[in-house]
Ligand binder design. Structure first.
Ligand SMILES: *Cc1c(COP(=O)(O)O)cnc(C)c1O
Length: 219
């Protein structure tokens, strides 16, 4: 059985979805997965994403998964399926603005900082609360907030990773019954990569972002 089938079988029992992270990989490598049915692909560089989007089949659903600069939103707003890493009110407003220009409603996830290590992006609780306050005063009609995203520390310590994923799940649960109780779209938790997706699934992930396990290691 192929790796893709194995992962999909596992995901099915958790009701979770696979985003195949194709950054640095060729169109041929992407088409190999496309040809066996994969449609959701994730990229973290805008330039690479727009090049691939313009040359690959139009029914691919493109996810932007990493840190996104405000000045680059305009390039992906016409087609992006889901933006995973919204980490500020300014970025959210910018996405809304560019979505409106394209007559679209763009789906996004809010990125929460769950890793204890310094290098990871994402909002602290305070920053999240500030964003939610802004959102109450100014509704953004071209945005659909579909849930949360987080990246755990890069460590072999399963206990630590489980703790961080659980933090994200708990934050999600609080928002789901609180702030977003009237938003039926708020249902996704994007967490889990090649090295930790099984732990993420056990902690409630609905979307895993897997690259190297599917495509082989990146240079
Ligand atoms: C590269 C990347 C992934 C996938 O990483 P793998 O370890 O190759 O599975 C997932 N999420 C984000 C945000 C990434 O940048």
């Amino acid at each position: 059985m192929s790796v893709l089938n194995q992962i999909n079988q596992q995901l099915a029992s958790y009701n979770a979805h696979l985003i195949a992270v194709s950054k640095t990989k060729t169109n041929e490598a992407i088409m190999a997965l496309y040809d066996v049915g994969q449609r959701h692909f994730g990229e973290n560089r805008v330039q690479e994403l727009i090049e691939k989007e313009s040359t690959l089949p139009k029914d691919i659903l493109w996810h932007h998964i990493g840190h996104l600069q405000k000045n680059k939103v305009k390039y992906i707003a016409p087609f992006v399926h889901l933006i995973h890493a919204v980490d500020s009110w300014d970025l959210l407003k910018k996405i809304n603005h560019e979505a409106a220009k394209n007559n679209r409603i763009v789906s996004v996830l809010l990125q929460i900082k769950i890793a204890e290590e310094e290098s990871k992006f994402g909002m602290t609780n305070e920053e999240l609360l500030l964003l939610l306050v802004e959102l109450k005063t100014q509704s953004l009609n071209h945005i659909k907030i579909c849930g949360l995203m987080g990246m755990a520390s890069f460590t072999q310590d399963h206990h630590q990773v489980t703790k961080e994923f659980t933090t994200l799940k708990n934050t999600f649960n609080e928002l789901k019954v609180g702030y977003f109780k009237d938003n039926p779209h708020f249902k996704e938790i994007s967490m889990g990569m090649s090295g930790d997706y099984q732990l993420a699934l056990e902690c409630g992930s609905t979307m895993v972002r897997i690259g190297s396990l599917l495509f082989g290691n990146r240079q």
